[in-house]
Write a new protein. Structure first.
Length: 158
């Protein structure tokens, strides 16, 4: 039971007005996330398959993570990485064509399963769980909006 209270599973579905190939191409360029995703404050490449990121949403703390590619399958629309650092586990993007056959849009599904490793976050994992979930939801909403604007070339429309 103790380990389970520090685990989180997240799933977000982004419906985007862009071709699946364009969405996948943007998502595979992790170094550009800070240009369109406000909560991804910094990304630094370590090598061709890994990098570090500093992430901060509404709650007053930064998450520092290292991501290492596990799957990179453009034909299947799958990007997956192993995560270590303040949280440990994995994250996966799956990009496909939109539900409407002629919409020309894409659906990007983000799934993440992590265990909190940062001492302060572990202490509050149970009582603050609703806040952590809300924080993540706000971050994902801002990310979807940012990516939509980025793909449409309208990033300055704020």
């Amino acid at each position: 039971m103790t380990a389970r209270r520090h685990r989180f599973a997240f799933r977000s579905v982004w419906r985007l007005r862009a071709a699946p190939e364009a969405v996948y191409a943007a998502l595979e360029r992790g170094g550009e996330y800070p240009l369109w995703w406000p909560q991804v404050r910094e990304v630094r490449a370590l090598d061709g398959t890994s990098g570090t990121a500093r992430i901060r949403s509404v709650l007053p703390f930064d998450l520092l993570i290292t991501g290492r590619a596990r799957r990179h399958e453009p034909a299947a629309g799958v990007l997956e990485m192993e995560i270590t650092g303040d949280v440990e586990g994995w994250a996966r993007w799956t990009v496909a064509g939109g539900a409407a056959p002629h919409s020309g849009g894409a659906v990007a599904v983000y799934e993440q399963q992590v265990e909190v490793r940062k001492r302060l976050l572990r202490r509050f994992a149970v009582p603050a769980r609703p806040l952590f979930r809300a924080n993540h939801a706000l971050m994902m909403r801002a990310g979807r909006r940012g990516l939509e604007r980025w793909l449409q070339g309208r990033l300055d429309d704020d």
